[in-house]
Design a protein around this ligand. Structure first.
Ligand code: NFE
Ligand code: MG
Length: 500
């Protein structure tokens, strides 16, 4: 008989996620993903001045604020019919690119790597690195403590198989510490054109309020070169080492098989990472009219199945059968996975040359097929190669800036207007829908990456992408469901965003 195992809360993710899995004969037979804690940003925004939106929505999250700020100003660009000049478009890309890199490094080292790297191996570290020495002394004190561990990001942890390579374990912890410095550098890049980090002050419809100058370009370039170097010499090699040591995870965590990208980083024509949807096994152009959000199992009494342009958010904490504060977004009634893997697969299927080169190099290194990317390790690998692609492109964008030209195009705000802003947050497809009446926000709806990925069942009882990916996961020990947490973390969930 199936036994239900609760993993609640899931640690080392952003926000409050509970997962319940039914395990039978050593495998997950069904799963439920619950987003906890109502937030209410869509309610807060009603009646506000439209220009408050890009500041308020950035507060949905401290990890991907630029994604929300960007979606908001794109929605307003559309509503006010304004097109930013090239400098504005490029500075927006530079801010967003820095935020991507910060987020991807955070996810691998500070959230996911400890599922694979054995922190206790540092107890035998004999080298002279001071910071590693401090970690060693702390690990030793924890291992010899008679009482239970204090809760930390490292210990306690689930029992399970961790890496037995000293090089990977000690190197991984060393890079964990260096990654903290790298994230600070990425935030500095963001602040050079964003004014401050994490929540940028300069994002406005029509472009950006910051001006281009040679010293800003130089300051950004120096830091971005370091970030690219770290990505190429630490992040990608560490992901490859983990992937080789845990290669069975190229067959675990297979998702729903549908992948969507709205496209991101606008160029003079098209996007650096293209839009598209892989659905029913083939690549299609996006049609955002096919998006709706169900609330059959979500704690909302507003109508189910609404398109976001007419979306409604009425919380109902005690609704029968509801088990999540996430709505269930669907495309043509189907669950869809979003995120770096979706972006990379869409670009790959579109024949994007730089993406194809990265993916095929990685596949040769690891001896895997394209189908294996739909997995736990595939998601980590896609995120790492995307980090390199974005860092390289950021360096090129710097050369496209013109210090003597403006970054902002003026506009006026109509009394009534509406617009949609579609972009790709680090975790996947993000859309903001704004409608303005009498100069105030009449309705504002966000459909967010982790809402797609961690959604509960829809009105047709179809599971969300994470729920689906958990099905079939082998669980060696029901008291230590480490395999399930590896599946969930591979999606890099952010419940703060997902609930919004
Ligand atoms: Ni709070 Fe976010 C990203 C957005 S995820 S991290 O990336 O939008 O739902
Ligand atoms: Mg919403």
């Amino acid at each position: 008989m199936a036994r239900t195992v609760q993993i609640h809360p899931i640690t080392r993710i952003e926000g409050h996620l509970g997962v319940s899995i039914d395990v039978n004969n050593g495998k997950v037979v069904s799963a439920r993903s619950s987003g906890e804690m109502f937030r209410g940003f869509e309610v807060i925004l009603k009646g506000r001045h439209p220009l408050d939106a890009q500041q308020i929505t950035q507060r949905i999250c401290g990890v991907c604020p630029i994604a929300h700020g960007t979606a908001s100003i794109l929605a307003q660009d559309a509503a006010y019919r304004v097109t930013p000049p090239d400098n504005g478009r490029i500075m927006r890309n530079l801010i967003f690119g820095a935020n991507y890199i910060q987020s991807h490094i955070l996810h691998f080292y500070h959230l996911a790597a400890l599922d694979y790297i054995d922190i206790t191996a540092v107890a035998s570290y004999k080298g002279s690195d001071q910071r590693l020495g401090s970690v060693r002394d702390w690990v030793k004190s924890q291992l010899s403590a008679k009482t239970t561990f204090a809760a930390t990001p490292f210990l306690p942890r689930y029992k399970g198989t961790y890496s037995n390579s000293q090089a990977l374990n000690i190197g991984g912890v060393k890079h964990y510490l260096e990654a903290l410095d790298m994230r600070a550098k990425a935030h500095e890049c963001l602040a050079i054109f964003g004014g401050k980090a994490p929540h940028a002050a300069t994002l406005v419809p029509g472009g950006l309020t910051e001006k281009v100058s040679a010293d800003k370009i130089t300051a950004y370039r120096a830091r971005m070169q370091e970030l690219l170097h770290f990505t190429e010499t630490c992040y990608i090699p560490d992901v490859v080492s983990v992937a080789k040591a845990f290669s069975s995870y190229f067959r675990v965590g297979r998702g729903c098989g549908n992948f969507m990208s709205y496209g991101v980083f606008p160029e003079t024509s098209g996007n650096f990472l293209p839009s598209g949807i892989i659905i029913d096994g083939s690549l299609e152009n996006l049609d955002i009219q096919q998006i709706h959000e169900d609330v059959g199992y979500s704690r909302f009494s507003s109508r189910s199945g609404l398109h976001p342009s007419e979306g409604a958010t009425r919380p109902d904490a005690h609704k029968n059968n509801a088990y999540s504060w996430l709505k269930a977004p669907r495309y043509r009634d189907q669950a869809v996975e979003v995120g770096p893997l979706a972006r990379i697969l869409v670009a790959y299927m579109k024949g994007d040359k730089p993406v194809k080169r990265e993916v095929d190099t990685l596949r040769n290194q690891l001896g895997i097929g394209i189908d294996n990317l739909n997995s736990v390790m595939g998601r980590h690998a896609a995120r790492a190669i995307e980090c390199r692609l974005v860092a390289r492109r950021c360096l090129e964008w710097l050369d496209e800036l013109s210090p003597d030209k403006p970054g902002f195009q003026d506009y006026s705000i109509p009394a009534s207007a509406s617009g949609v802003g579609l972009t790709e947050a680090p975790r996947g497809a993000l859309g903001h829908w704004i409608s303005i009446r009498n100069g105030k926000i009449d309705n504002y709806q966000c459909v967010v990456p982790t809402t797609w990925n961690c959604s509960p069942r829809d009105d047709r009882d179809q599971p969300g992408p994470v729920e689906k990916a958990l099905e079939g996961t082998p669980i060696a020990n029901r008291d230590n469901p480490i395999e399930a947490t590896r599946v969930v973390r591979s999606f890099d969930p952010c419940m703060a965003c997902a609930v919004h």
